[in-house]
Design a protein around this ligand. Structure first.
Ligand code: SF4
Length: 325
């Protein structure tokens, strides 16, 4: 417990490797963290860093290779199929592309109603209809106009609101938001982000918010975890990460924000040079070493430990020393 809050999710040394003809691809490699009830953990990194795979592994949409996932005090790492179904009510996902994630042959009513059919809830038709319309209103959609429309008839913002309504249908505690605003026009992104923040407070939700956009992560997250090629490289409160980024990769990501956030006092944009390490059978080095402007000999032979360098601020870099408290 921290600040009176319980740990809702604990991930311990989680790994997800995929078999490839060249050997195992280390998509998620030794990830550990705790997420408290009502908080949002932003997970950021470039595409291919493993952040979406991490979200799907936590939700048990794909099996893990090693490690533990503890949700609400229960180890769900190897939970049986029939228990997984019950767990699905508490853990949901919102996808990046609302157009691709909504069945074009289903009406808005059918899409939001689908979880009730799967879980055999609300057998009374009127009760079910009322719940669907209630969910639509919660996410700012007017049932009167769109309940019988189809996804292709709606704009991206409304489609994503339908995705959010569907995710909320079973009253979950926890939602993995996988790049939920990346496919939307900039003008609509803020509306959806604000909706998600309001819903979090009103419905007491806990989020993992996956994004490649650090400004978006800062806007919505309590803490931010930065991933690079499957590894954790830095984790801190979102304010602290912007005030005092320590890992060279985090600094490069922050410097690349087009209009630098006023809270990050970094220098001009840093263009990363060098090859991206292959995640297939990676060697025991710092995975960022081929691109790191500060790399030195030990970086090419040993993987840095992920250590606490100031209160609740963790970094994996040979140049950053562990705090002594
Ligand atoms: Fe750069 Fe070395 Fe730190 Fe890796 S361990 S981020 S290569 S300085």
């Amino acid at each position: 417990m921290s600040n009176g809050k319980n740990v809702l999710l604990e991930v311990q040394n989680l790994k997800k490797y995929f078999d490839t003809p060249r050997g195992p691809l280390h998509a998620v490699d030794d990830i550990s963290f705790k997420l408290f009830e009502g908080e949002t953990l932003g997970v950021v990194g470039e595409s291919g860093c493993g952040k979406s795979t991490l979200g799907r592994t936590i939700l048990r949409l794909i099996p893990s290779t090693a490690g533990k996932i503890i949700f609400n005090g229960t180890d769900i790492t190897h939970i049986r199929r029939k228990d997984l179904r019950e767990l699905r009510k508490q853990m949901q996902i919102i996808f990046q592309d609302p157009f691709a994630s909504l069945d074009p042959k289903m009406s808005v009513f059918q899409i939001i109603n689908e979880p009730f059919k799967i879980h055999k809830l609300y057998k009374d038709k009127q009760e079910r209809f009322n719940r669907v319309t209630e969910l639509m209103e919660i996410v700012g959609l007017d049932p009167h106009y769109i309940i019988n429309t189809y996804p292709h008839e709606l704009d991206g913002g409304r489609r994503q609101r339908i995705g959010v309504a569907r995710a909320l249908a079973l009253n979950p505690k926890f939602i993995v938001c996988d790049e939920p605003v990346s496919a939307l026009d900039v003008s609509i992104q803020a509306q959806i982000l604000n909706l998600m923040m309001d819903l979090k407070d009103e419905l007491d939700l806990t989020y993992i918010f996956i994004t490649h956009n650090l400004s978006v992560a800062k806007h919505i997250s309590d803490d931010i975890l930065v991933m690079y090629m499957g590894k954790m490289v830095e984790k801190a409160s979102s304010d602290r990460l912007f005030e005092n980024p320590l890992h060279p990769y985090t600094k490069a990501l922050l410097s690349a924000i087009p209009i630098p956030d006023a809270s990050y006092k970094g220098k001009e944009a840093e263009v990363l040079q060098g090859e991206v390490t292959s995640p297939v059978m990676p060697s025991e080095n710092c995975r960022f070493s081929p691109r790191c402007p500060l790399a030195r000999e030990e970086c090419f032979s040993a993987s840095p430990e992920f250590v606490e360098v100031e209160d609740k601020h963790y970094v994996a870099c040979h140049l950053i020393k562990k705090c002594n408290n």
